[in-house]
Write a protein of this length. Structure first.
Length: 347
């Protein structure tokens, strides 16, 4: 089969690799229908994260089950499934507490599983899925194929945006600021609307992304950053600041921006991979709560899937470039150069 490998910094190649096989009774094999490129894939691509080359890459996919191990109980060949970005058993204490990304037996796509057996990346034609019963979410037969982008968004970015909103305590009537206009930030706008926020300010400098943010429920757009952007947000909120700020980038600048617009006693929901230092005295002195982390997407997926299936949310709008898997390198370039919000790939 063909699979995407990161072979060097900014080196993306689609290569022929061995077909995956069932290795354990709890495994399934999934033939990929749609996959995509994530903003977090750009960290190793750009050389910002330590990486051993060649590395299988990609962690979001929707596909059809093509084989199951003897102990798989909830899935059958032919099922359409969503694969969240982390592998989990669904039964350990952390999974039962809703933190599936800390599963005792868990692992991640493109890395060895807990038995030290390699697991392929999602930007491929087929993937071995360990702990299939706990990891995969089955989609009802007959689901409209037009919903595939929405289903794919549930594998990571919609769940991560939702985690930002939940972590920041968004509830009915909350005032919300979203810092970051990538796919996660845009989905955070949608998540805040879904949870009943009364006002959502999206900080975005890009016209196309502003349009999606508005479609997703943003009531206001602030294009400036830094002190000017913070002042504009505070003017919109009568100098008080936001109840909830969703930080969806992970840079020091984005965290500083979030702190500049949250009210005393407000909360930050931080879901960007953290490349920042926390200003503990400022958090302490202003009674600001901070929560977030690696989004337990598997725990959120059933509720979000139900909303997709009834048409109340369409997170797949974040995919603004569709390419065949053979053009995966061009997809990385488009996202690296910010010419695309998120790239959908079709094997």
């Amino acid at each position: 089969m063909r699979a995407t490998l990161l072979t060097a910094v900014r080196g993306i190649e689609l290569q022929q690799v061995a077909d995956p096989t069932i290795r354990f009774p709890t495994d399934a094999l999934v033939t990929v229908t749609v996959t995509c490129i994530c903003g977090s894939d750009l960290h190793p691509y750009r050389g910002d994260a330590p990486t051993a080359f060649p590395k299988p890459i990609g962690h979001e996919f929707v596909g059809v089950v093509s084989a199951v191990g003897s102990q798989v109980e909830t899935l059958a060949v032919g099922d359409l499934v969503i694969a969240p970005f982390a592998i989990s058993d669904g039964t350990c204490v952390h999974c039962r507490n809703g933190i599936t990304t800390s599963c005792v037996q868990g692992s991640f796509w493109g890395a060895p599983d807990r038995a030290s057996v390699p697991v392929g990346g999602a930007q491929a034609e087929q993937v071995r899925v360990p702990l299939a019963d706990g990891t995969l979410v089955r989609v009802e037969p007959g689901t409209d194929p037009a919903l595939l982008p929405d289903l794919l968004a549930l594998s990571d970015v919609m769940g991560t945006g939702h985690h930002a909103a939940v972590s920041a305590g968004v509830t009915e009537g909350s005032t919300v600021v979203v810092v970051g206009d990538g796919a996660v930030g845009l989905c955070a706008v949608l998540a805040a609307r879904r949870l009943g926020a009364s006002r959502i300010i999206a900080m975005s400098r890009h016209r196309a992304r502003q349009a999606i943010a508005t479609e997703f429920g943003a009531s206001d757009i602030v294009a400036d950053r830094g002190a000017d952007g913070g002042a504009q947000v505070m003017d919109l909120l009568d100098g008080v600041g936001a109840d909830c700020v969703l930080e969806c980038v992970g840079s020091q600048g984005s965290l500083d921006q979030a702190l500049a617009v949250v009210r005393p006693g407000g909360r930050l929901g931080c879901v960007g991979a953290p490349f920042f230092q926390l200003p503990a005295p400022q958090l302490f002195g202003r009674n600001i709560g901070l929560q977030g982390g690696v989004a337990p997407v598997r725990a959120y997926l059933p509720d979000l899937l139900a909303d997709v299936l009834v048409g109340s949310i369409h997170p797949g709008r974040v995919f603004d470039l569709v390419l065949p898997l053979t053009d995966v390198a061009a997809g990385y370039q488009a996202m690296d150069e910010r010419r695309a919000v998120k790239v959908l790939l079709t094997p």
